[in-house]
Design a protein around this ligand. Structure first.
Ligand code: ZN
Length: 254
């Protein structure tokens, strides 16, 4: 074989190999690890169970979904190769679990938190997490759970681009935040409760103000959704699709 044609053959071979590798990395399903707790508020457990089933059913080869109630699985070894970590209505309480999560996110991991996963107050004692959440601290909530009119603040974002500009989100216990995550310049708010909802609630009421319900801290690959209380959340197909898009987005899949 002449030198020129040998080079051409080798180059072609490398191109085929590179294409095959690109192909296989595109097609390998995302690895997802979801954390939840069975010993928290009943409505929160109910949502967590439903969400685990939802993501399992919706996978369609796109992701490999595992769920655990053992928060000690928040460790570097267990999370190796995991592209998306989900917290369904709880958050880690032990220092070593928190530290493992911080390292995972600082190294580019993906995260979605639902509802009580973002709850924090003066007893939480985890400044890193408050910072990660865009400075948002729980301030109040409505009761009983009620539907909420949502404004899509980021209609072109990959997570929210398939939603109508406004929609009625099913019954939820909505949280308000002080400070609001919108005050953090690195936060991109995706969804907000529209003002026409207020006053929202009977026993406990959100009287007004700016109430973001989904956002991302752009310093990380993360999305927080306030949805997650009770058994109605997954009754809206548009919102369900958003939860699927979010999983692919935090895992950096197109
Ligand atoms: Zn709740």
């Amino acid at each position: 074989m002449k030198r020129a044609s040998l080079v051409a053959t080798l180059t072609a071979g490398l191109l085929v190999l590179a294409a095959a590798q690109g192909q296989s990395s595109r097609q390998a399903p995302v690895r997802v690890l979801a954390f939840w707790s069975a010993n928290v508020e009943g409505d929160h457990v109910e949502f967590a169970r439903e969400m685990v089933e939802f993501y399992r059913r919706a996978a369609a080869g796109r992701w490999q979904f595992e769920a655990t109630t053992n928060w000690d699985d928040l460790n570097a070894k267990r999370m190796e190769g995991v592209q998306a970590v989900l917290w369904l209505n709880d958050s880690p309480h032990a220092a070593r679990q928190r530290e493992a999560f911080e390292n995972y996110m600082e190294k580019g991991g993906g995260w979605i938190g639902f509802h009580a996963a973002g709850y924090n107050d003066s007893s939480t004692h985890w400044p890193w997490f408050v910072h990660f959440l865009g400075g948002a601290v729980f301030y109040g909530n409505n009761w009983p759970p009620l539907p909420g009119w949502i404004q899509v603040d980021a209609p072109s974002h990959p997570v929210t681009r398939n939603l109508p500009k406004r929609f009625l989100s099913p019954d939820n216990e909505w949280y308000s935040w002080r400070p609001s995550p919108r005050a953090d310049r690195d936060v991109k708010v995706l969804l907000t409760l529209r003002r026409e909802n207020f006053p929202l609630g009977l026993k406990d009421t959100i009287t007004g103000g700016d109430v973001p319900v989904a956002w991302t801290n752009t310093r990380y690959r993360m999305v927080y959704f306030n949805m997650g209380h009770g058994d109605k959340i997954l009754t809206d197909p548009r919102q369900n699709r958003m939860f699927e898009e979010a999983l692919l987005w935090v895992a950096r899949r197109p």
